[in-house]
Design a protein around this ligand. Structure first.
Ligand code: 2NL
Length: 355
């Protein structure tokens, strides 16, 4: 019996495997020898031509070669796999000393930030936030606030009219009037009304036809001017620093009686006089007063039983003072270079330039 063919196949295999150094060629080699139409399988097919005597010997020899080839291929597979893993690990090495990827932080618009700060302060004192309509009726924007059709103070609040009776609100007071009315004469009312308001004005550094307002209203039994004063003093200290003092000057609003303008001691010069306070040591920040009995009555509250105080301020002006912004139009013209100056801080707020 001639088994030289078998030895020959093992020899050629041993030679061929030496030069294999990738998975694909190894797979091809495996098919070439052990596959259905492979060389080793071909040897087995020769069996039928052998005598019964020779068959076991021949079969054993072929099996030996098959085991050898199988074993060598498995070894090679393991070697290639570990080499591939090593190469991958080398490739994907992470240099932990490299700087991390940076990402850009957004920051709140200084006006939004100011409005939120003001809201937070009053929420802390137990106020609720009330919001209403930007398109209002003449009644709620003017009449209900003691500004009848003939009232000369209407001239100061010329607005954008949709019709004789419908307009863009000139202040947030209609929200307060509506809230009072909804309470049907039963106090207490303790609300803060923030929002956009509109006036027919020519835009310049300190005027905008669209701006923001925050008004506050407290109506209950036994509300006095002292309550207003204490509230606004706390507010001034919270917004502009614990050393701030407030000063009340007599003023006039149709919806309050008496009415006052409220100043804070200058946060820049501490009262000595500078460009921010125009040399006076005081800065006007809001208007306020005791709710006019007519306003209470029109909203369904008995002025003999209830009294209240109200105040109104412009967050635009407060933000301009706080952050040293010299032109109100910066808030509304969406120039990113402006907004980017107010970088976010860890507490989520803006970094103040001037205070
Ligand atoms: C200012 C002055 C003020 C009010 C707003 C008010 C609202 C109701 C009743 C009474 Cl419903 N008063 N609001 C009172 C005084 C002043 O705003 O200079 N704002 C920028």
């Amino acid at each position: 019996m001639d088994t030289s063919g078998i030895s020959e196949i093992q020899k050629t295999f041993d030679k061929a495997i030496e030069s294999i150094d990738d998975k694909k060629s190894l797979q091809d080699l495996k098919v070439e020898y052990l596959g259905k139409k492979g060389k080793v399988t071909g040897l087995m097919k020769e069996m039928k031509n052998l005598s019964n005597e020779d068959k076991p010997l021949y079969g054993a020899k072929v099996n030996e070669v098959r085991s050898h080839i199988t074993e060598v291929i498995e070894e090679k597979e393991a070697v290639l796999a570990s080499a591939a893993l090593e190469a991958q690990l080398k490739e994907e090495t992470i240099d932990v000393s490299l700087p991390g990827r940076t990402f850009k932080l957004g920051s709140p618009h200084p006006l939004s930030r100011t409005i939120e700060d003001i809201e937070d302060f009053f929420i802390g004192l137990g106020y609720e936030i009330a919001e209403g309509y930007e398109v209002e009726t003449d009644y709620f924007n003017f009449e209900a606030l003691n500004l009848p059709k003939s009232h000369p103070a209407r001239d100061m609040q010329d607005s954008f009219y949709f019709s004789e009776d419908i307009l863009l609100r000139t202040h947030t007071s209609p929200v307060q009037a509506r809230t009072m009315q909804a309470r049907k004469g039963a106090g207490p009312v303790k609300i803060i009304c923030p929002g956009k308001v509109y006036r027919r004005d020519s835009d310049d550094a300190t005027h905008s036809h669209q701006f923001t307002q925050i008004e506050g209203l407290v109506v209950d039994r036994n509300i006095h001017m002292s309550d207003l004063k204490g509230t606004l003093e706390l507010f001034a200290k919270e917004m502009f620093g614990a050393e701030r003092e407030i000063r009340l000057r007599p003023s006039y609003f149709p919806f309050t009686e008496p009415s006052v303008e409220v100043d804070i001691s200058c946060f820049k010069c501490k009262g000595a006089g500078c460009n921010v306070c125009k040399g006076s040591g005081w800065i006007e920040i809001l208007g306020a007063g005791m709710v006019h009995p007519n306003v209470l009555e029109m909203a369904g509250f008995d002025p003999d039983e209830y009294s209240g105080f109200a105040f109104g301020m412009g967050p635009d002006r407060i933000a301009m003072l706080k952050y040293g912004i010299e032109d109100i139009r910066h808030f509304y013209t969406n120039d990113l270079r402006f907004i980017k100056q107010f970088t976010a801080t860890e507490d989520g707020g803006n970094q103040s330039e001037s205070i």
